[in-house]
Structure formats: structure tokens, C-alpha cells
Write a protein of this length. Sequence first.
Length: 256
Amino acid sequence: MKTKEEIVNNWLPRYTGETLENFGKYILLTNFANYVELFATWNNVPIIGKDRPFQCATADGITIINFGMGSPSAATVMDLLSAIAPKAVLFLGKCGGLKKRNKLGDLILPIAAIRGEGTSRDYFPPEVPAMPAFALQKAISTTIRDFNTDYWTGTVYTTNRRVWEHDDTFKEYLTAVRAYAIDMETATIFTVGFYNKIPTGALLLVSDSPMVPDGVKTEASDKKVTTEYVERHLKIGMASLKQLINNGATVRHLQF
């Protein structure tokens, strides 16, 4: 295999266990197996690739993929998705809320992401901003309102560091850059999507408040978020893509 097309056409099925023709043109990305399980149960479809790095399920033109955690995996799945040229990719991730006003279960619709993770520099120089496709974020915003739910907008800081909650210097930096939330994937997904001409968006669920000791994620707090807020998060994501499908809207990134 010499070309990128040959590689991704071979590797997307290898990573997921799914054939290219069975993928939907609208993609939900997640870091968690239970999102895929819920999607499969609600739509009465099988989960594909339980023995593969990425698990997926497809129904009504939408495929959900659990790609794991971190920016390298996020870049990998966005590169591999170029094999099917999706019409839209929506990331349903969890994040740490960085503002005092944030509460567990809040939704954050990022208007941009700060590329603190490093992976995205293999695709664009650091001065290129990581931004979602506006039309996709607009569809998500409309859908959230349809669910009679509020949300925050702002910038998410994406980092490779998984354990930083003890680092006061890093916390001061996060305050200085005015980031609203922190995660490990959003900037990479936006950047690599832009690189591959794939429209991307994100809707993040606040799962902890890591700027204060009592807010650092624990097993108990994570279970609370999963029990009380994950179903709504997934339903909004599914409904947002269905809105695009039903309206026939085209979601584009401007390419130079």
C-alpha cells in the first residue's frame, strides 16, 4: 500500500471490523463503550468490532464509533474516516469545567479549541486555529434548545496530560488563556477534520471540576454523570445529526 487512500480504506475496516459500505455518512465519535451500547440498544442494531480497537454501530445513516482516549487516537480515527468522506462528524466527549459556574452535567458547545496537545502539529503549524464547522454547531445549538436544555459556549483547551490536577502552575496557565473547559481530543478532531476536509463539531459534557480539589473526578462522581446525564448527551447528538439528514443541509469547512 503506497497511497493514503489505500491505507485508510484498509485500516478503517481493520480497526472497526466494519466494511466501508456499511458506514453511515454521519458519524458520532465517543470515548466510551456505554455510548455505543446505548445507541445499539435504542436502535436494535449490533455492535461491530468488540474485538477491535474501535467499536461501532450503525442505524439510519448514523454510525457511532468509540475510538478510545487521547489525541493520537482522535487523529487516527479522523484520518481513517477520510476513507468514507463523512458529511459530518460530531464528537460527544466529556470535559473538565474550568469555571466556578460549571456544574456536573452541564453541556459546553465549543466555538474553538486551543491546540495544547501537540498531535495536531503534525497536520498544521501552531498558528492555524482549531475550529468546528459552524453549520454543525448551529444544528447542535438548535437541538439543545429543542430538548429545553441550556448550554455554555467557549474555548476548550486540549492537552495530552491526563494527570495535571495537582499542578498549580498549569492551572494558572489555564486561567490566563481563558479556557472554559479542558479535554484530550477536541482540538485534534477539529484540526485533523479540517486537514481531511471533514466537517466536524463537538458537544462536551462536564464530568468534573478539576480546578478545585473537591471537584477532581472520582469513580463515584463519574458514575453520577453516567447515570444522570449520558443518555441526554447521546440523544442530543443523535438528534443533531438527524436534523442535518432531514433538512439535507450541507456542512462545509472552507478549504484553501
